[in-house]
Design a protein around this ligand. Structure first.
Ligand code: UDP
Length: 327
């Protein structure tokens, strides 16, 4: 399939009003592309994209990707689909496991079928959750994966994202569709809400409201936080590179920080007097909840193909999030 390179490309972004989706739409419009967005606003918000609606190159449909008529109409006009619409956040995954699996699996199936009808290239947002309990650090795309038992909701989310990747590769193999699955690691920045449990917006909110920062477990677990602007840059580069289809790509920062140190940094950055409270996992989520101790991506594959690496460090990320809260 020929991806238009001379002319600006027509993108379809699912989950366009979400945290990552809205930043992606913004970046694509800034590069002169035409963008169609779809979002059912279940977790996305109009406030995230209101400032983009006046752009003549952007049109938005408030609809579920499971509405076949709307999805078909949008896909018929696109050459590249970036599929971000999905259940979001560990809290939602634990509290609504059926909705999570259905949204992820049925939604991706619908988008793949629409992409196939019109020969669109499709970039599928998968997740570092797919690495499950893997403990070979850093996580490399070809690693084996180890998930926990099926009665624990968290692993249902991981399995649904895995199935999305499997489906993508199956469509590529059987139908020649150009599919690019990407595994997003912890992504942060303005517009991310703490409502679904994400740690940085939670901590910033708590620090600015002089509430205790709730560190789950003993806080020694670590993560690498990547700025959303860096993440969307990675997705845009992969979406248009001729050789990206057919392989999975990690997208994330490699700068590791413990959650306790993160809490301390946020208290300092906000000048807050909030204390830190350690909350047992059983209390924070549900009895038997399993957290990942460490999560670090190997990003050599994406770096070698498109020269991408994250540019914004953790201190700058915190500063930008704090500033966005204070606006
Ligand atoms: N976490 C925390 N306090 C919070 C929210 C999250 O200590 O208020 C921890 C969580 O248990 C995990 C890490 O911060 O170890 C990152 O959580 P998040 O939900 O942001 O992303 P995850 O890496 O779990 O997908």
């Amino acid at each position: 399939m020929e991806i238009s390179r001379k002319n600006k490309t027509h993108y379809l972004v699912t989950g366009a009003a979400g945290f990552i989706g809205s930043h992606l739409v913004e970046a694509l419009l800034a590069r002169g592309h035409k963008v169609l967005g779809i979002d059912d606003l279940s977790t996305g918000r109009m406030d995230n994209i209101r400032h983009l609606l006046s752009c003549g190159r952007f049109s938005f449909a408030r609809s579920s990707i499971l509405d076949p008529v709307v999805l078909d109409r949008l896909a018929s006009k696109a050459s590249i689909i970036v599929h971000l619409a999905a259940a979001v956040g560990v809290r939602l995954v634990v509290e609504q496991p059926a909705r999570t699996i259905e949204t992820n699996v049925l939604g991706t199936e619908a988008v793949l079928k629409a992409a196939l009808r019109y020969g669109c290239r499709i970039l599928i947002a998968s997740s570092s959750e797919v690495y499950g309990k893997g403990n070979r650090i850093p996580f490399q795309e070809d690693d084996d994966v180890l998930l926990g038992p099926t009665y624990k909701a968290r692993w249902g989310y991981a399995a649904s994202k895995m199935l999305d990747e499997f489906m993508g590769f199956a469509y590529m193999r059987e139908h020649g569709l150009e599919v690019v699955p990407v595994r997003l690691f912890n992504t942060v920045g303005p517009r991310q809400t703490g409502k679904y449990g994400m740690v940085i917006p939670n901590f910033v909110h708590q620090a600015l409201h002089s509430e205790p920062l709730t560190v789950f477990g003993d806080g020694s677990q670590s993560r690498c936080f990547c700025y959303v602007g860096d993440v969307v840059e990675a997705m845009i580069r992969l979406s248009s590179h001729p050789d990206s289809p057919g392989r999975v790509y990690n997208i994330g920062s490699t700068d590791e920080i413990s959650i306790l140190s993160l809490a301390e940094k946020i208290i300092k950055a906000t000048g807050s007097h909030s204390p830190i409270h350690l909350i047992p996992y059983d209390e924070a989520y549900s009895p038997g909840f399993e957290d990942m101790k460490r999560r670090v991506p190997d990003i050599s594959r994406i770096h070698e193909l498109v020269g991408w690496e994250p540019l914004v460090g953790i201190d700058e990320v915190i500063e930008r999030v704090v500033t966005s809260y204070c606006r």
